[in-house]
Ligand binder design. Structure first.
Ligand SMILES: Nc1ncnc2c1ncn2[C@@H]1O[C@H](COP(=O)(O)OP(=O)(O)OP(=O)(O)O)[C@@H](O)[C@H]1O
Ligand SMILES: O=C(O)c1ccc[n+]([C@@H]2O[C@H](COP(=O)([O-])O)[C@@H](O)[C@H]2O)c1
Length: 219
């Protein structure tokens, strides 16, 4: 059984904050790998300002080099945008893997706006990583009031596969202020650094159904 941390993100672009939090989560949660699920499009974010999928994927691949981090386009391949749908499908594709969802405190602050967010919390444990400027908002959030009783002590984080769901653990490493927003502000055309990045073509319904199971098994 492989223990996998899932970090969904826009990765517009990927940055060292993603890498650091993944390496810390690997250790704290005793993971085999972290998978970066590059989102075809966050349902809550506007398309405007979102770099092409291929460039975001390429930036993630570069940032993940030489680490136990796998960059995945699976959401595009299985045609999911909503995390609840991804998490329903992944265990069928990877029955020998156990998953924990990783997210920064900014995402916990607005988690109650995600589609079927309570189902997500019933599907997988969640690890929230402290993020400068968001921790107070995350603690005061509607999702946190529902999840408060599900909070597990950080010193038991490695036992997450045994937790009854919902379960949430708060991980505090040295907070990293890096954000993609700041990187885009300094270099709005960052994706030009990945001129050859090609997105896996968005599959048509028929292509998706003829795709082999072996293709799907690549994270
Ligand atoms: N510095 C950080 N500290 C903690 N979590 C982070 C950090 N950067 C990103 N994350 C988390 O990583 C996931 C993917 O983040 P994303 O790709 O949106 O990057 P971002 O820097 O938050 O982007 P943007 O500024 O465009 O919103 C989210 O769960 C986010 O909370
Ligand atoms: O499922 C939803 O409704 C939903 C709403 C907002 C964000 N998400 C997911 O949250 C992850 C982080 O997104 P982002 O844009 O903050 O990096 C990414 O995997 C998104 O698909 C999911």
């Amino acid at each position: 059984m492989k223990r996998i941390g899932l970090l969904g993100g826009s990765f517009n672009p990927a940055h060292r904050g993603h890498r650091k939090l993944s390496l810390h989560a690997l250790r704290a949660l005793g993971l085999d790998e972290v998978w970066w699920l590059v989102s075809p499009g966050n349902p809550l974010k506007p398309d405007k300002g979102m770099a092409p999928f291929g460039a975001r994927l390429a930036s993630a691949r570069r940032m993940a080099r030489h680490a136990p981090i796998r960059v995945s386009d699976v959401e595009q391949r299985i045609r999911t945008r909503y995390t609840a749908d991804t998490l329903r499908k992944l265990p069928r594709l990877y029955p020998r893997h156990r998953f924990i969802w990783l997210m920064g405190a900014d995402n916990l602050a607005q988690f109650d706006q995600w589609e079927r967010w309570r189902d997500i919390a019933r599907q997988v444990p969640i690890a929230v990583i402290a993020r400068p400027g968001y921790d107070a908002r995350a603690h005061a959030s509607p999702a946190m009031s529902w999840l408060r009783r599900a909070v597990r002590p950080a010193d038991q984080a490695k036992k997450w596969t045994r937790w009854r769901l919902p379960a949430l653990v708060l991980l505090r490493f040295r907070p990293d202020p890096t954000s993609a927003t700041r990187i885009r502000a300094a270099d709005p055309a960052w994706h030009r650094h990945f001129p050859n990045a090609r997105a896996t073509p968005i599959s048509t319904a028929s292509a998706a159904t003829t795709r082999s199971r072996t293709d799907m098994l690549q994270p």
